[in-house]
Design a binder for this molecule. Structure first.
Ligand code: CDP
Ligand code: MG
Length: 140
């Protein structure tokens, strides 16, 4: 299997509840390596650009407001099959449907405040990592 990189966000609901360490531990314990990591406060343009693919969806406005509601922790994660691996570790979008042992089952509040983001494919992973990190920040 190929070594891949994926992009992760620990979302505002999880940062606010002091879950950064718990989620990073689940990530590390699963075998993914942290290649880059920082805490940021997104502005509206950054969040709207990040979720541009969802801009016609009814939840877009609320989703952007939520992502602006506090700081987030963004990271680039690396490992075998990292994109699918991290999607599995996160669990279903709606925490109510997420399998036991996943991040969203453990910590997600509802379908919007679901504690984490992970890229959904190789192209988005590449674009999302580059949207938040310069090459010289990928130091891990
Ligand atoms: O994050 P994921 O790829 O699992 O789901 P998505 O369909 O790409 O949706 C992006 C984000 O929008 C979700 O993680 C939720 O935070 C939010 N969302 C929402 O607020 N209401 C929905 N009905 C679906 C998604
Ligand atoms: Mg998605």
């Amino acid at each position: 299997m190929a070594i891949e990189q994926t992009f992760s966000i620990i979302k505002p609901d999880a940062v606010e509840r002091n879950l950064i360490g718990d989620i990073l531990k689940m990530i590390s314990d699963s075998g993914l390596k942290v290649k880059a990591l920082k805490m940021i406060q997104m502005d509206r343009a950054k969040a709207e650009g990040f979720y541009a693919v969802h801009k016609e969806r009814p939840f877009f406005g609320e989703l952007v407001d939520y992502m602006l509601s506090g700081p987030v922790v963004v990271s680039c994660l690396e490992g075998e099959n990292a994109i699918e691996h991290y999607r599995k570790l996160m669990g279903a979008t709606n925490p109510a449907d997420a399998e036991a042992g996943t991040i969203r089952a453990a910590f997600g509040v509802n379908i919007q405040n679901n504690s984490c983001h992970g890229s959904d494919g190789p192209e988005t992973a590449k674009n999302e990592v580059a949207y938040f990190f310069n090459d010289n920040e990928l130091v891990g």
